[in-house]
Design a protein around this ligand. Structure first.
Ligand SMILES: [Zn+2]
Length: 351
């Protein structure tokens, strides 16, 4: 899989599922088994659907959304069409959330970065809702399979439906943008950068939608997908602390915020969901120093870097140098913006 340029991204990372697997509660263990099984199932599908979406390309420009209902099944995607572009809201909240939030992500990229969908050529945004897991239960996850989004409804205890979170939708669709730009390999540091761009842009979509400055934003990812039984604040945070610690269900957030604490083992494709904490935190530090609305300057530096300045095997060091160079191009040599970006990467130990 590490040779695959099209990211398989399940939003709930393998480390979280592995922790849940150790639970005393059989219902919680079931979520874990299904989540890990789903990852392999999706991997197989991804391998069979490459190259990406060529049949879907060449559409008219503009926002074009389709929402499909899987009615609890796991295969075959996408399911029955329940709402398409321009249709009025339907009775199903999940369908309307998938429609509205994918529209927000489209609008964010169009209005902030003048990008026309994932491929910058109006690629339709397809979402399937009420996706089941491999055991026939509601899937406690969301993923982008290289062609479309898929959302589960969660187990109703630790997780609720995954359409509820705008930053999750922004995260997953940004994986699609990565696949059309830098094509960051989904393995080791390039994979962690892929995950990091998804988290950063997911967070920015939400900040933009709700007009939040860097100090108003909460910088958590995936708060809204947590169910009534979850005692944690979010799946990840871009801030310096742990998103959760010593939780009876979820354990302790494994994300490092400094390069010297990076994970060097082979799980999670070389820590793509773990080490993303390092570039995530670099972005956060730069954004807090630059201030204002994070998408306007810091987000622009990161977006231009993603679009034009990284190869598929880029390392954190490459990303640091690229963002510093782009900040210089956009705002000038030794500008406060460039210095903020350089200082941020120094603080997380990458340069
Ligand atoms: Zn992801």
């Amino acid at each position: 899989m590490h040779l695959c340029h099209h990211p398989l991204c399940c939003f709930v990372p393998p480390y979280m599922a592995e922790t849940l697997q150790g639970s005393d509660d059989p219902a919680v263990r079931q979520i874990a088994l299904a989540s890990l099984g789903n990852e392999y199932r999706t991997a197989r599908r991804l391998l069979s659907t490459q190259p990406m979406a060529t049949s879907l390309m060449g559409q008219l420009d503009g926002k074009e959304r389709y929402v499909f209902d899987m009615s609890g099944a796991s295969d075959p995607l996408p399911g029955k069409l329940v709402r398409k572009e321009g249709d009025r809201p339907v009775a199903d909240d999940a369908a309307n959330e998938a429609y509205d939030y994918s529209g927000d992500v489209y609008d964010f990229y169009k209005q902030v970065f003048d990008r026309d969908s994932l491929d910058d050529a109006g690629l339709p945004l397809r979402s399937s809702i009420h996706v089941g897991d491999t055991f026939g239960a509601p899937m406690s996850n969301a993923f982008f399979n290289g062609q479309q989004m898929a959302y589960g409804d969660g187990d109703g205890n630790l997780f609720t439906r995954f359409t509820r979170s705008l930053d999750v939708v922004g995260h997953e669709l940004t994986h699609g943008i990565v696949s059309f730009t830098s094509k960051l390999d989904y393995f080791a540091e390039s994979g962690a950068l892929n995950e990091s761009f998804a988290d950063i842009m997911g967070s920015l979509v939400s900040q933009w939608k709700y007009s939040q400055t860097v100090t108003q934003a909460d910088w958590y990812i995936g708060k809204e997908v947590l169910g009534p039984g979850a005692r944690i604040q979010g799946i990840r945070t871009l801030m310096g602390e742990k998103a959760y610690a010593n939780d009876p269900d979820f354990g302790t957030d494994p994300q490092p915020k400094h390069y010297q604490d990076r994970y060097v083992g082979g799980r999670d494709r070389g820590g793509v969901h773990i080490n993303s904490g390092i570039p995530n935190h670099a972005f956060y530090l730069a954004a807090m120093t630059i201030g204002g609305y994070a998408w306007e300057k810091t987000g622009k530096i990161w977006y231009v870097t993603l679009k034009s300045a990284l190869g598929s095997r880029a390392t954190f060091w490459d990303a640091a140098n690229a963002t510093i160079a782009i900040a210089e191009q956009l705002y000038g040599t030794d500008s406060s913006e460039q210095n903020a970006v350089r200082n941020a990467w120094q603080q997380v130990g990458v340069i």
